[in-house]
Design a protein around this ligand. Structure first.
Ligand SMILES: [Zn+2]
Length: 73
């Protein structure tokens, strides 16, 4: 019979230093997409302008956050 020794180490996850959350969107009807931006409302406005120009109404919105996991000590 083998005996296992389990060790638990606490970790914490945080926003990666020096990075920002970014927002971007792409049209589901054509190849149009926004540039990544830290301003989600500006990306939404760009989508509405695209709808006004083309009638395309569906978008894939992406929010990107880089994370860092480190030992909690
Ligand atoms: Zn489109």
């Amino acid at each position: 019979m083998t005996r296992a020794v389990l060790r638990y180490v606490e970790h914490r996850i945080t926003q990666h230093p020096g990075t920002d959350v970014t927002f971007e969107a792409e049209c589901l009807n054509c190849d149009w997409k926004t540039k990544p931006s830290q301003d989600g409302a500006a990306v939404d406005l760009e989508c509405m302008r695209h709808t006004g120009r083309t009638g395309h109404q569906s978008f894939r919105r992406v929010c990107t956050s880089l994370a860092l996991v480190a030992r909690a000590e």
